[in-house]
Every structure is written in structure tokens, then in C-alpha cells.
Design a protein around this ligand. Structure first.
Ligand code: HEM
Length: 488
């Protein structure tokens, strides 16, 4: 008898889920994709492991161009590489896919992860911290920490750098602390540890994502991975808590003056808004956690990838160097902002690197209302994947898409392309708030280092020899660099 009740229960539940999702099933059916069992999943996802995850997803998406779909459990994912679809999606769908909920344990209500209603309020509060006047005032800080990188490379000259990323990351974290907060980076002793646990957090997230049973909360909470995850989250919270304490301490010692009260710098600004109860302490903690990681990790990975490309393409590096010599002839002087702005070729190199290897390779959005992208409808309730990593190599837009050619970003060439054919910082209202900050920082650090050093990669002839590691962001896995001091 009990067995029959159970069977009836399962049948009833299945029919009710199918009925609720009928709209999704109807439209999904028309979209091509690999074999998938609707509401259960695509068998190819079961073969994903930590090491093959990126290649597997990349390969599958590539074979369904320009539009394809797959089911992961009851979640429908639709991927598109058509710039017109991308513009519609990023303009109309501001809510993030449920995938971003995986970040909730360390940063819940943040710009990156929150629902539109909270995001709108926070973005309005945080936008002024990224206006031109404030960003320009960070120029000297970018230069200072770039010079520290030069010192590090001078001290280790001749050594093969097989793990440069954490070193650059520590500098970009220092930059983030020195610009976004009032805290002296030297006071925060656990910066290296924060980097290690951030990497651990991402590894756990990816491992959980491709182990389907760990996606079920019940099994996840019983797993050893969950225990490790809890320790990681506690460490991150302690780090951010310490920063807030140091920030508030700095106000005490300065006897808050009008400048501090009116400051639009990120953390002082949010602290002021807390005084008028527009934001809570928990929200500030979460936003600070996001901002410090978003600002430091993305920039460090991008810089490391640029060095790898320039180490491989020595002719392009030479052109960058000639531009540096002509714009910054005097080594004694620090570069001014006006000089940095004149480094056009270097800027094209950065853009071309982010085309071939977007540091954030996938953007996910949630569809609240049906979106028509002929001949398909992307139905309400589905998730859209914008694979930047493929969008930027769409052969209809980019001739010889696999070739590293910075001159694709000459202004005449840019004018020929759809504005959503290249979006390493995303697009629309919910794009990267740190776009200009990031570009300035990356450009100054790469310029300062390449003015002093020649970089070479060991054992790589083409960028196809680079192996990639996908941990939410796309990193060089087999990085082997050598820096040789330039003779003057
Ligand atoms: C230099 C390399 C950078 C790249 C390639 C990059 C790329 C991106 C991308 C693609 C997104 C959209 C993510 C998504 O929707 O899933 C994003 C969002 C974001 N980025 Fe960046 N970013 C960079 C640097 C920065 C910096 C320097 C900061 C802060 C100073 C920053 C802060 C943020 C924040 C807060 C968001 C969420 C914005 C929102 O939803 O309102 N990023 N970034």
C-alpha cells in the first residue's frame, strides 16, 4: 500500500512540475543542443571533472553555435554568441542566474549577486566612487605599487617565475586597499592568506558544480567539502571584519573632518551612508568583500595573461617597448596620466588579450519575461549563458579569430563591429563598475614593468600552447616566465 502511495506521489509531482514548466519545455524543444533529458539533465555534464570542465563546456558550446541549450537538473541553460541576442539579454535581463547564489556564503547582497531591487539601490550608492575625478586621484597609487613589482622582479632577476600570479595579486590587493579604503595595506598581515583562501573557495565551488549530487543541499551539508567551505568562509569574514575595524579606527584617530564625511571613496562613502541608515553593516561587509576580490583578482589574472602573450609574441612586445620608449623617454620620472593615455598600442594589446582570453569567460543571466531572439524565444524561467570566450571568436565578426592581432582595435576596425561583439567587462546597466579602474591599473602596471624588463615565456611558441585553468575566472595554468632587465 505504502509503495503505491509513494508511486502516486512521484507521478503526481512529476506531472505538476512538467505542467508548471510547460512553457519552458515548449520553447526549449525548438532550440538545438546535445541530448538532454528535460528537467533531469544532459549526460555530458556528468562526465565533467575539475580538470576537464572548461574544455568540455567550451567544446560543447562551440559545437552548438550560434544558439544552443542544455538542461542541468530542472534548470534550462541557453547559450548564444550572436551579438544582437547578447545586447537584448544584457539590456533586458538584469537578474542573475541562480548559479550566483553559490557566492552567498561569503557575499550575499552584493552588486554581483543580488536581486535587481537591492542591486539598483547599491549601484546608485557605489557609482559615485568610480567617477573620473576619484579614479584620476588613484594614478599615483597605481604607479607606486607598479614600482614595487619592478623591485620584486629586480630582486628575482634570472629566476624562472612559475607562480607569478599570487605575487601580482598581492600588489593588486594592496592597490585595492589603498584606493577603496583608508586602511594601510601593510597593517593587514593576512593578505597572502586571503589570496590562498579565495583560490580555495573557487576550487570548492567548481568541484561542487560538477559533482551533481553535491548540488543537492542535503548531501552537500554532509560532505567534507562543505566543512572545508565553512572554514574558508570564516577566514574570508575575519579578513573583511579586520579591514572594517581598521577603517573605523582610522576615523577615530583623524577626528573625522568634513573631507572624510563628504568622501566618495568606496568604503568611507558606504560608512557615511550607514550613519544615515541607508545601508547596514552586513551589507557593507559583503560589498567590501566583493569589491576587494573583484578589483584584485581580475586585474592580477589579466596582467599575468598579458605577460604570457607578450612573452610568446616577442615582435609585438618589441612594438610595445618602442612605444614606451618614445612616450616615456626619461626613466627617472614616473609616468604621468597624460603619458599613460598616449600608450595606444599597449591599450590595443590589452584589449586583444581580453578578446582571446576574457578573464571572466561566462556571464549568466536569468530571464524574467520571454525574450524574442529570432527564430527562438528565450522563455521566462530560463538562464542565459553569454560565453565571452566564444563571442569574441565569432568567425562572422572576427577574421582569423585565433590570431593575436592588436590592430583589430584600431578605431576604424572597431567602428565596423556590433557593440556587443566584444564585451570583456560585460555590457548594459549591470556591467563591470571597475572597467576604467581596471584598465588604468593594468595599463600602468604592464607599462612600468615592460619599460624595465623584457619578458619571455619558457616552452611556448603560440598562445595555443597555453593551458587554462577555469576557476570562475580563466587563468594560465602552465605559466613559466623569465624577466630580463633592459639595458639603458
Ligand atoms: C581588469 C579586469 C576586469 C575584468 C575583465 C572585469 C570583468 C567583469 C565582468 C565581465 C563583470 C560582469 C560579471 C557578471 O555579470 O557575471 C564584472 C562585474 C563587476 N566587476 Fe569587474 N572586471 C575587472 C576589474 C574590476 C575592478 C578593478 C573592479 C573594482 C574596482 C571590478 C568590480 C566589479 C563589480 C563590483 C562587478 C559587479 C557589477 C554589478 O553587477 O553591478 N571589476 N567585471
Amino acid at each position: 500500500m505504502l509503495i503505491w502511495i509513494f508511486i502516486c506521489f512521484v507521478i503526481f509531482n512529476t506531472i505538476s512540475v512538467l505542467w508548471k514548466k510547460r512553457w519552458l519545455l515548449y520553447h526549449a524543444w525548438k532550440i538545438p543542443g546535445p541530448f538532454s533529458v528535460p528537467l533531469v539533465g544532459s549526460p555530458f555534464l556528468l562526465s565533467a571533472t575539475k580538470d576537464n570542465f572548461f574544455d568540455l563546456i567550451y567544446g560543447k558550446l562551440d559545437s552548438w553555435r550560434p544558439v544552443g541549450k542544455a538542461w542541468a537538473g530542472s534548470q534550462l541553460y541557453i547559450a548564444t554568441t550572436r551579438p544582437t541576442d547578447v545586447e537584448k539579454i544584457l539590456t533586458n535581463c538584469l537578474n542573475k542566474s541562480p548559479f550566483y547564489e553559490h557566492f552567498n556564503d561569503v557575499m550575499k547582497d552584493t552588486l554581483l549577486t543580488s536581486k535587481v531591487s537591492i542591486w539598483k539601490e547599491h549601484r546608485k550608492m557605489i557609482n559615485p566612487s568610480f567617477n573620473s575625478k576619484i579614479l584620476n586621484s588613484y594614478h599615483d597609487t597605481f604607479v607606486k605599487y607598479s614600482s614595487e613589482m619592478v623591485n620584486y622582479l629586480s630582486d628575482t632577476e634570472g629566476e624562472e617565475q612559475t607562480n607569478l600570479l599570487p605575487v601580482i595579486w598581492e600588489k593588486t590587493l594592496d592597490v585595492a586597499l589603498a584606493t577603496l579604503t583608508n586602511v594601510d595595506p601593510q597593517v593587514i598581515k593576512e593578505r597572502r592568506r586571503m589570496i590562498t583562501v579565495t583560490v580555495k573557495f573557487e576550487e570548492i565551488l567548481i568541484q561542487r558544480f560538477h559533482t551533481f549530487w553535491l548540488l543537492i543541499d542535503f548531501f552537500w551539508k554532509l560532505s567534507n567539502l562543505h566543512k572545508e567551505h565553512k572554514v574558508v568562509c570564516q577566514t574570508v569574514h575575519a579578513f573583511v571584519e579586520n579591514i572594517l575595524l581598521q577603517e573605523y579606527k582610522s576615523y577615530d584617530s583623524e577626528d573625522i573632518n568634513d573631507d572624510t564625511i563628504q568622501s566618495k571613496q568606496f568604503l568611507p562613502n558606504l560608512t557615511n551612508l550607514k550613519r544615515t541608515k541607508q545601508i547596514t553593516r552586513e551589507e557593507i561587509m559583503d560589498e567590501t568583500c566583493l569589491m576587494l576580490t573583484a578589483a584584485s583578482e581580475t586585474a592580477a589574472i589579466t596582467i599575468n595573461t598579458i605577460f604570457t602573450f607578450l612573452g610568446i609574441y616577442s615582435d609585438i612586445q618589441e612594438r610595445v617597448y618602442q612605444e614606451l620608449v618614445s612616450v616615456l623617454p626619461n626613466m627617472e620620472n614616473s609616468p604621468t596620466q597624460e603619458e599613460i593615455n598616449r600608450l595606444d598600442y599597449l591599450e590595443r594589446v590589452i584589449k586583444e588579450t581580453l578578446r582571446l582570453v576574457p578573464t571572466i569567460p561566462f556571464i549568466l543571466r536569468y530571464v524574467d519575461e520571454d525574450i524574442k531572439c529570432d527564430p527562438y524565444v528565450f522563455p521566462a524561467g530560463s538562464n542565459i549563458v553569454v560565453p565571452l570566450v566564444l563571442l569574441h571568436k565569432n568567425p562572422d565578426v572576427w577574421p582569423e579569430p585565433e590570431k593575436f592581432d592588436p590592430d583589430r582595435f584600431l578605431s576604424d576596425e572597431v567602428a565596423k563591429r556590433h557593440r556587443c561583439s566584444y564585451i570583456p567587462f560585460s555590457f548594459g546597466a549591470r556591467n563591470c563598475i571597475g572597467l576604467r579602474f581596471g584598465m588604468m591599473e593594468v595599463k600602468i602596471m604592464v607599462a612600468t614593468i615592460l619599460r624595465n624588463f623584457k619578458v619571455r615565456t619558457v616552452g611556448m611558441k603560440s598562445w595555443k600552447d597555453i593551458q587554462w585553468e577555469y576557476m570562475v575566472m580563466l587563468k594560465v595554468k602552465n605559466s613559466r616566465l623569465r624577466f630580463e632587465k633592459r639595458k639603458f
